[in-house]
Design a protein. Structure first.
Length: 430
C-alpha cells in the first residue's frame, strides 16, 4: 500500500543557503501509523535535489529513490507503446481503438478493427489513465517496513538553485556615513519555501564537484522586506550563519531582499593611496568594524555602493567596491575611485654598487591640488629578498617583508617628495 506525504503533513521547514549556489533543506513531516503501508512518496521536494545528500530519520527504510519521471506528451506516449489507446476525430465524429507501435519520429499505430497501419493519425489521443510510475511532480520514494505508530520524520537534503549575497549602501555626510545592508536571496530551485526558517551561511564550504555558477532567471523581484524580528548571527564550525528571526516565504523564480543593517553615523576615514604605477591617487573609504563604531558584527562578503552628500544637500554616486568577509575588530577598506586632483609620479633616482651591496634611491613626487589638507599613503614594493633601509625622508611602516608604506600629510596645493635609500645584499646571489 502507498502513502503520499504532501504539504499537509509538513510540520516544519527550514533552509540554510550557502554562498556557492546551493542550500540545505530540512523538513519534519508527520507520517500516520499504518501497518499496510510499504511505500511512502514524499512529494513537494526540490526538483534540483542532490540525490546523494538525502538523509531521512524516523523510519525504517529498506530502499529509497528519487523519481523525476514527470508526465508529458512524450512520456505518456512512450509508456503506452504496445498498448491500446483511442483516437477521436471530432470532424468525422468517429473514434478508433489503436495499438501504439512507435513514437520515436512519428506516431505509428495499428487500427484494432481493420489492422491498417496509421502514421500520424489525425485526431485527439485518449489514454485510459495515468501510469502509476508517471508523476506530476518529483517525489522521494521510500520502501519501508511496517509503520507501527505515528512518526515524525526528519528529511534533509542539499538542493541546487538557491543562492544569496550581501548588498551594502553607504551614504557619506560630513565625517560620518550611514551604513545599510541587505541580504539578497534568489530561488531558482523549482520549489516554494513557505513560511520557512531561513539561515544564510557565510564562508567557503568545500564541495567535491565544481558547481556551475547559477544564472539568475528571476521573473519576480519582491518588495524589500524590513525585519520585524532581529537577525542573529552565530559561528558554525569555521563559518558564520545569519538566522532570520521570523519565517520567510520565497517563491520559485523570486529574488527577495531582507534588511539586516541600518546603522547611522558610522565614523570613517577617507584615504588616498599611491604606488609605483599611480598617476592619480586611489580614493579609499575605510572604517572599523567595532562596537565603539556602532558596528561590531561579522560582515558577509558583498558589494558596497557609496554615495556622497555635498554641501548643497545633493547626493551623488562616487563608486563601489567588494566587501570581503570581515570579522569583528577588522577594518573595511574600499577603493571607490581615483582622485582627480592628487597626482603622483615615481622613479628610481640612482643605483650604486659598493662591495656586495647595491644602494638604491627611489623618489615619489606627490602634488595635492585640493583646497584641503589630505593624508596620502605611499606604498612601495621591494623586489629584492635581502634588503635594509638606509635613509628616508618620511616615517614608514613595514606592512610585509617587502612592502613599505609612508604616511604623508599634505597641505592644500603642496608638493611633497618622498625619498628613501635602501641597500641590497648581493652576496646571497653569488
Amino acid at each position: 500500500m502507498e502513502f503520499q506525504s504532501t504539504h499537509e503533513h509538513l510540520l516544519s521547514q527550514s533552509i540554510t543557503i550557502y554562498n556557492d549556489g546551493f542550500g540545505l533543506v530540512k523538513e519534519m513531516r508527520e507520517v500516520p501509523a499504518n501497518k499496510e503501508v510499504t511505500e511512502i512518496r514524499f512529494m513537494n521536494v526540490s526538483p534540483k535535489i542532490e540525490v546523494d545528500s538525502i538523509l531521512i530519520e524516523g523510519l525504517h527504510i529498506v530502499e529509497q529513490s528519487y523519481t523525476s519521471d514527470l508526465v508529458s506528451k512524450e512520456t505518456l506516449l512512450e509508456k503506452y507503446i504496445d498498448e491500446i489507446i483511442t483516437i477521436k476525430n471530432e470532424k468525422l465524429n468517429k473514434a478508433w481503438e489503436v495499438r501504439l507501435l512507435s513514437v520515436s519520429d512519428h506516431i505509428i499505430a495499428e487500427r484494432m478493427d481493420t489492422g491498417e497501419i496509421l502514421i500520424d493519425p489525425v485526431g485527439q489521443l485518449i489514454f485510459p489513465g495515468l501510469p502509476k510510475e508517471l508523476l506530476t511532480k518529483p517525489a522521494l520514494v521510500c520502501k519501508v517496513m511496517a509503520i507501527e505508530s505515528a512518526s515524525k520524520v526528519d528529511i534533509s537534503y542539499l538542493t541546487e538553485g538557491v543562492e544569496w549575497r550581501a548588498n551594502y549602501v553607504a551614504k557619506i555626510s560630513g565625517s560620518t556615513l550611514n551604513f545599510i545592508g541587505w541580504f539578497q536571496i534568489s530561488n531558482n530551485s523549482g520549489m516554494i519555501f513557505s513560511e520557512s526558517q531561513l539561515q544564510l551561511a557565510a564562508g567557503k564550504v568545500n564541495r567535491y564537484k565544481n558547481n556551475l555558477p547559477l544564472v539568475t532567471q528571476s521573473s519576480l523581484f519582491s518588495a524589500a522586506e524590513e525585519p520585524k524580528f532581529g537577525i542573529k548571527e552565530h559561528s558554525l564550525a569555521d563559518s558564520y550563519v545569519y538566522s532570520m528571526g521570523r519565517p520567510v516565504t520565497i517563491l520559485n523564480k523570486q529574488t527577495k531582499q531582507i534588511s539586516f543593517l541600518n546603522i547611522q553615523e558610522v565614523a570613517f576615514r577617507r584615504l588616498y593611496k599611491i604606488d609605483a604605477h599611480s598617476e592619480q591617487a586611489k580614493v579609499v573609504v575605510e572604517f572599523d568594524n567595532i562596537a565603539a563604531n556602532k558596528l561590531g558584527m561579522p560582515l558577509p562578503q558583498g558589494v558596497l555602493k557609496v554615495y556622497h552628500q555635498d554641501d548643497n544637500g545633493e547626493m551623488e554616486f562616487i563608486g563601489e567596491d567588494a566587501v570581503k568577509n570581515t570579522a569583528v575588530q577588522q577594518k573595511v577598506s574600499l577603493t571607490v575611485g581615483r582622485a582627480f586632483d592628487i597626482v603622483s609620479e615615481s622613479w628610481e633616482k640612482k643605483r650604486d654598487r659598493s662591495g656586495h651591496f647595491d644602494y638604491i634611491t627611489y623618489i615619489y613626487k606627490v602634488h595635492n591640488q585640493k583646497s584641503a589638507h589630505v593624508r596620502v599613503d605611499v606604498k612601495h614594493e621591494v623586489f629584492e629578498q635581502m634588503w635594509e633601509m638606509e635613509s628616508s625622508s618620511h616615517d614608514y611602516e613595514l606592512k610585509q617583508s617587502n612592502e613599505l608604506e609612508f604616511c604623508v600629510h599634505m597641505s592644500p596645493g603642496k608638493k611633497v617628495e618622498v625619498e628613501f635609500t635602501y641597500k641590497v645584499n648581493r652576496r646571497t646571489e653569488e
